[in-house]
Design a protein around this ligand. Structure first.
Ligand SMILES: [Zn+2]
Length: 310
């Protein structure tokens, strides 16, 4: 029996460890009432390019932030929410219209959630419409991955700011001006000093700049720097702080300067991308975006690139 006991314990520990690791990949507690997905280690289309999403749990209801890239991904999110709370999900905020943050909207609409977005990004989403599904396919999602996924538009829009009162807490949805997209918003929980930035902040991921207003974005990052926040949930990457905001600002400045200089000399991506890499700070994920950003923002657009992305 003793011979069997050790392997049995080892097996149990292995199971326990794996189970714990899996659990850690679910929603992480950020503060008292806030949970989020953060820091995906490998970003692919199947895991919404590592997009983060999260929830704020109020006295009577839940506010969700972003819906990931497919019905299936949103179902994973809702399942993880239900492990934490059974309260109704009354609002879903789309931090912006990009597919990896909004193609799961249908699953929240089914639960009766009101979907909130800034008015510019509702328009952006409508302009892209069903093309978002085509784009998801081109980016590596199969019909099976996209089963049940449809484009569902926000049902409540605002211009500058909307505040949700959760009884014991409040959530401010703030439009700081054009940045990553023309309608990207910040989701601020002042009482807990937590800020969801959507893709206004990428940490350790190369940012997607294809639909961006770069000078506007740099200014918006200044606004974020001035806010009273302790923890920042970026659109992609780990829980962040103000240093990460400053780092992205520096990244955007270097990218813009180098891209202008280099594309004046060459329009060949095979030449440009390695040169850009030399100048840019190291980031672990999504470096394919360097070429795409150059193509969409700095090179003459012979064949019209897809206007949707991360
Ligand atoms: Zn985005």
């Amino acid at each position: 029996m003793k011979k069997l006991l050790i392997p049995a314990i080892a097996l149990f520990l292995l199971f326990f460890f794996q189970h714990t690791v899996l659990a850690e990949n679910g929603l992480q507690k950020i503060t008292g009432s806030i949970y989020a997905y953060t820091d995906a280690k490998t970003a692919s289309a199947k895991n919404s390019f590592g997009a983060n999403a999260g929830i704020i749990i109020g006295q009577d209801y839940i506010v969700a932030v972003d819906s990931l890239m497919s019905a299936r991904e949103a179902q994973r999110f809702i399942k993880d929410i239900r492990k934490i709370s059974k309260k109704p999900i009354k609002f879903l905020i789309n931090t912006h219209y990009h597919l990896d943050h909004s193609l799961g909207n249908s699953e929240f609409a089914k639960l009766g959630a009101i979907i909130i977005a800034q008015e510019n990004d509702k328009e952006n989403m409508e302009k892209n419409g069903a093309g978002m599904l085509e784009y998801a396919k081109k980016n590596g999602l199969s019909d099976k991955d996209l089963q049940g996924t449809k484009v569902v538009y926000p049902t409540l829009t605002f211009k500058e700011r909307v505040t949700l009162y959760l009884g014991n807490n409040k959530v401010e949805v703030i439009y700081p001006g054009p940045s990553h997209t023309s309608g990207s918003v910040l989701v601020y929980v002042p009482q807990e000093k937590v800020l969801f930035t959507g893709d206004i902040l990428f940490t350790n991921f190369h940012p997607f700049m294809g639909n961006a207003d770069i000078p506007g974005w740099i200014k918006v990052l200044d606004q974020v720097m001035a806010m009273d926040v302790a923890k920042i949930i970026p659109g992609h990457g780990p829980v962040s702080g103000k240093k990460d905001v400053a780092d992205l600002q520096a990244y955007l400045l270097v990218f813009d300067r180098q891209a202008k200089e280099l594309t004046a000399k060459s329009q060949d991506l095979k030449v440009l991308v390695p040169e850009m890499k030399k100048a840019l700070p190291q980031r672990a994920q999504l470096d394919a975006l360097i070429g795409r950003n150059l193509q969409m923002k700095y090179l003459p657009q012979g064949s019209k690139p897809q206007p949707k992305g991360k």
